[in-house]
Design a protein around this ligand. Structure first.
Ligand code: FPP
Length: 253
């Protein structure tokens, strides 16, 4: 007989009983399709997507995830129609204003990665204000990837390493990444059924577990996050080693 579907409370208890990923990143995809399926304009999908951002941030913090990184706007997204770009920037401003108090209450530190100089000044100003206000918080770091591209991040990291001089090795590249200081990426989720990583965290994803779910981002709430975490907890991570080596290592610990 198939196992009965666990209730949300059971699933949460199971997830809490096992080691959580320290760093989860999400490619939030499917807002447009969510809206189109309802005969709504695309921006309605982004609005609901912003609600999912709020819910998932809250749930991740409650569960004790150390770092949550969300792909909110790629460098390539600048080429979308101007009204859609503007709507996304307004949603971002709204998010920064409405969530500031909650981030403070819950010890969330806001961080941003990407070519932030390209953001419109009002967005940049609010982003800087919330990052400044939350800088000393230690509960969870919420990183928004804004105007972000993984190749572009690597190019600037390589340039910075070359400018510093000395050997250009993995440590030198890491030192120039926008994600420096964050825990290693453990789990990379993409919603909406697309099987790509679309220039997101190319270096950081080297040993991350990848999870692709058909759920559209606006529908991705607590239950979907718990499912993703439970799936992660069922994986065997070998980091290039054999299972026997891993077992010998955990016997020694
Ligand atoms: C991809 O869906 C989503 C985006 C390009 C933007 C993500 C933005 C949000 C979730 C809301 C605002 C963000 C914050 C942090 C408040 P898509 O439009 O490519 O969907 P489609 O592939 O179905 O067209």
């Amino acid at each position: 007989m198939p196992e009965p579907t666990p209730t949300p409370a059971d699933l949460e208890a199971r997830v809490r009983a096992r080691p959580l990923p320290r760093h989860v990143a999400i490619i939030m995809d499917g807002n447009g399709r969510w809206a189109e399926a309802r005969g709504l304009p695309r921006v309605a999908g982004h609005r609901e997507g912003a609600e999912a951002v709020r819910a998932v941030t809250r749930a991740a913090r409650r569960l004790g995830i150390e770092a949550l990184t969300l792909y909110a706007f790629s460098l390539q997204n600048w080429d979308r129609p101007a009204d859609e770009v503007e709507a996304l920037m307004l949603l971002l401003v709204d998010f920064l204003e409405s969530e500031r108090a909650e981030m403070m209450e819950n010890g969330i530190r806001l961080h941003a990665i990407g070519d932030l100089a390209r953001l419109p000044p009002p967005v940049r100003a609010r982003l800087d204000a919330v990052m400044g206000a939350t800088a000393a918080n230690r509960g969870m770091v919420l990183t928004l990837a804004l105007s972000y591209g993984g190749r572009e991040e690597l190019v600037q990291a390589a340039r910075a390493a070359a400018a510093r001089g000395g050997e250009i090795d993995a440590a030198a590249i890491e030192a120039g990444l926008w994600t420096r200081g964050l825990p290693e990426l453990d789990l990379l989720v993409r919603t909406s059924g697309e099987l790509r990583i679309s220039n997101f965290l190319l270096w950081q994803a080297a040993y991350a577990e990848l999870l692709f779910t058909p759920v559209l981002w606006p529908d991705f709430r607590d239950a979907a996050l718990l499912q993703a975490l439970a799936d992660f907890q069922g994986r065997e991570r070998r980091f290039g080693l054999t299972r026997a080596q891993l077992e010998a290592r955990s016997d020694r610990e």
